[in-house]
Design a protein around this ligand. Structure first.
Ligand SMILES: CC(=O)SCCNC(=O)CCNC(=O)[C@H](O)C(C)(C)COP(=O)(O)OP(=O)(O)OC[C@H]1O[C@@H](n2cnc3c(N)ncnc32)[C@H](O)[C@@H]1OP(=O)(O)O
Ligand SMILES: O=C([O-])CC(=O)C(=O)O
Length: 373
């Protein structure tokens, strides 16, 4: 068996990156040297995506150009467009996104190039298309007519408009924009690692993103935010503490808690907790926020575990009117900016990623013909 220290590649440095950095002891996160606390609420998602993909916070002119590129990039290719209705009928949201991004590669004008310029253009198109794919998928499965994205609105505002069918207020847009910023990148998390492994074979950006989406889907990673909401919905509001204690005593994992790297509060959770409280108060129904606080107290008291990014993101998305099964797709809308930046970085200084394994099976087996086995 692999040592506990190498199982799950804990503490193994698998890549060098200039994109993000975590101090797990102090609970700090940086994007290209900027503290997440300075970015969230002060920098838009578009500025953050530019920071990750182009290496610097944009000037007004650069932001206008990048914004225009995102607006142009929203147009879905014919292949994805034609298949949305059938996919929406047959596939759950993250599976549908995996399929749709794969189909989108068929119509991407840069599909045959991994050059830095082509990769930057693909990164912008993938970032622009992801929220549209989620909205169009949701519209197809509900039969709703959705408004066209407004070129004068931000990614955050357009997404809320298309998902809820109503113009979001300023506070809602600010909160959702901050959520997108908080989820944009996170060093060598599982989905980013998957993308980099794929890119390191010199495969193309769309293939790497398909790998990342499939990896984000799992409940130990991005899929946890949906499970947090399902847990809250399943609990009796009057018996939260006892239910959580019982689950922990039965060695069940409580989704939205624990982290491989943070040994203290995840800095993103600090923002999300506050935003959840603000939205709960504004909605006049703070039931799920109060239940979350109680869960947090009991999990910390019993196991010493802190909430991760997925825990309070769940109630924030709930209060914003986003359907529960679209929580992980929302994560992908944001993380697309980081994944694509990692693919660019991997291609720019590539070496095949191929770790070793420890053989734990039988040895010296004697071969026998099929009738003698
Ligand atoms: C965006 C993101 O991906 S953030 C993470 C989202 N995932 C979740 O919220 C799922 C719940 N959390 C977990 O499963 C884990 O904490 C992970 C996957 C995030 C990190 O996993 P690892 O670093 O491998 O830690 P591991 O799962 O080995 O846990 C270490 C110990 O803490 C316990 N533990 C960790 N998380 C939890 C939890 N959420 N609930 C209960 N116990 C937990 C484990 O049972 C284990 O206990 P043991 O040593 O007595 O066996
Ligand atoms: O870093 C991780 O392992 C998971 C995480 O928090 C993220 O991807 O945002």
């Amino acid at each position: 068996m692999a040592d506990k220290s190498t199982k799950g590649l804990a503490d193994v440095v698998a890549a060098s990156t200039a994109l993000s950095d975590i101090d797990g002891q102090a609970g700090r996160l940086f994007y290209r040297g900027y503290d997440i606390h300075d970015l969230a609420g002060r920098t838009t998602f578009e500025e953050t995506a530019h920071l990750l993909q182009h290496g610097r916070l944009p000037t007004r002119e650069q932001l206008a150009d990048y914004g225009a590129e995102l607006v142009r990039g929203r147009a879905l290719g014919a292949l994805a467009e034609a298949n949305i209705p059938e996919i929406a009928e047959k596939q759950a949201p993250m599976e549908a996104l995996r399929t749709l991004v794969s189909l989108a590669s068929g119509d991407d004008p840069d599909k045959d190039s991994n050059s830095p310029e082509a990769n930057l253009r693909k990164a912008a198109r993938l970032t622009a298309q992801q929220p549209i794919l989620v909205a169009r998928y949701h519209a197809a499965r509900t039969g709703a007519e959705i408004p066209e994205p407004d070129p004068d609105l931000s990614v955050a505002a357009n997404f809320l408009l298309q998902i809820t069918g109503r113009t979001p207020d300023r506070h809602e847009v600010e909160v959702f924009d901050a959520c997108l910023v908080l989820h944009a990148d996170h060093t060598m998390n599982a989905s980013t690692f998957a993308a980099r492994v794929c890119a390191a074979t010199l495969s193309d950006m769309h293939s790497a993103i398909v790998a990342a989406i499939g990896t984000l889907k799992g409940p130990l990673h991005g899929g946890a935010n949906e499970q947090v909401m399902r847990t809250l919905e399943s609990l009796d509001p009057g018996a939260v503490a006892q239910s959580v204690r019982d689950r922990l005593a039965a060695h069940e994992k409580i989704m939205g808690f624990g982290h491989r790297v943070y040994k203290t509060e995840d800095p993103r959770a600090t923002h999300l907790r506050r935003m959840s409280q603000e939205l709960a108060e504004a909605s006049g129904d703070d039931k799920y926020y109060r239940m979350s606080k109680e869960m947090e107290e009991v999990v910390f008291e019993t196991k010493g575990l802190y909430p991760n990014v997925d825990f309070y993101a769940a109630t924030v998305y709930h209060y914003l009117g986003i359907p529960t099964d679209l929580f992980t797709p929302v994560f992908s809308v944001s993380r697309m900016s980081g994944w694509t930046a990692h693919v660019i970085e991997q291609h720019a200084d590539n070496r095949l990623i191929r770790p070793d394994s420890e053989y734990v099976g039988e040895r010296d087996q004697k071969w026998k013909p099929i009738d003698e086995r």
